[in-house]
Ligand binder design. Structure first.
Ligand SMILES: [Mg+2]
Length: 189
């Protein structure tokens, strides 16, 4: 499938959802490209997974911001590759550094840099431990097995909507509780 076709399908998938994430965060190695960039040379010409570019273009068109969270120890190679692929300027934040925390510090920095709350973010990664840790922060997190693709995008957006509905239900429960007679602001007036 060409980039344009993937982009159109991604646009259609996004059209199915009333609310989209404000920010979608991607891991790099084995999520947007099929290799560890630390094992490669800067001189090589990298390639992305087949659907990655079309999805990024669709997100840009829809006005959904994108960011990178990678634990690669070779940020210089990663940045060179993003540049060579012509997608470097698309990301509003790029956190690329090795770390023993499973990306909690990456997400704290992304949150500080963008101001986007964790529950308005969607994250794609190929490692279980990152998915586990980051989802505990409140970020909807999707494990990808063969790189990010249209199926993963659909899964991610639908899980994001479900999580949002859960938050809404809890909010309403809380409101009901706080609006018991005598406890709301209006009652005090
Ligand atoms: Mg990875």
């Amino acid at each position: 499938m060409g980039d344009e076709k993937v982009k159109n399908e991604a646009m259609e998938i996004m059209g199915l959802f009333q609310v989209l994430p404000r920010l979608i965060v991607f891991d790099l190695d084995y999520t947007i490209w099929p290799f560890y960039c630390e094992c490669r040379s800067k001189r090589e010409m990298p390639s992305l997974y087949p659907h990655a570019r079309g999805i990024l273009y669709a997100l840009k068109d829809k006005g959904v911001d994108v960011a990178v969270a990678s634990r690669s120890p070779t940020a210089d190679i990663a940045n060179t590759y993003l540049d060579k692929l012509g997608i470097k300027s698309m990301f509003v934040a790029k956190e690329i550094f090795s770390s023993w925390t499973h990306k909690t510090d990456h997400f704290q920095r992304i949150n500080q840099r963008t101001g986007v709350p964790y529950n308005a973010m969607l994250f794609f990664d190929d490692e279980d431990r990152n998915i586990e840790t980051v989802s505990k922060m409140g970020v909807t997190s999707i494990l990808v097995r063969n790189g990010v693709n249209l199926a993963a995008l659909r899964e991610g957006l639908s899980k994001f909507s479900q999580n949002l509905a859960k938050i809404d239900r809890n909010k309403q429960k809380w409101l009901k509780f706080s609006q018991k007679p005598g406890s709301s602001e209006r009652d005090k007036e």
